[in-house]
Design a protein around this ligand. Sequence first.
Ligand SMILES: [Zn+2]
Length: 97
Amino acid sequence: MLCTRIRTALSARLDGEELPPGLTARRLDEHLADCRDCRRWEERSRALATGLRRAAERAEDDDPAAADALLARLRPGSVRPGPVPPGSADSGGKRAG
Ligand SMILES: [Zn+2]
């Protein structure tokens, strides 16, 4: 079994994608048990994936507005609150009685 094929499958598994045909999770684990190179490779890939996710989460924590802006940019036809046409809204603030 070629290490490159194993790593392709490992990468898919880390991404939550389906494994390439002919490869099973068990096969991967067996190879990892034997191949230290691939084990290291997976560790690094996992660390990278985790790091990216953490960075994204932290960015949201630090600045929610930035995350919103990013989402807005990803959606070109985003809805924005326009001015309310007169007559359709209640006169807010006033209370009867
Ligand atoms: Zn290997």
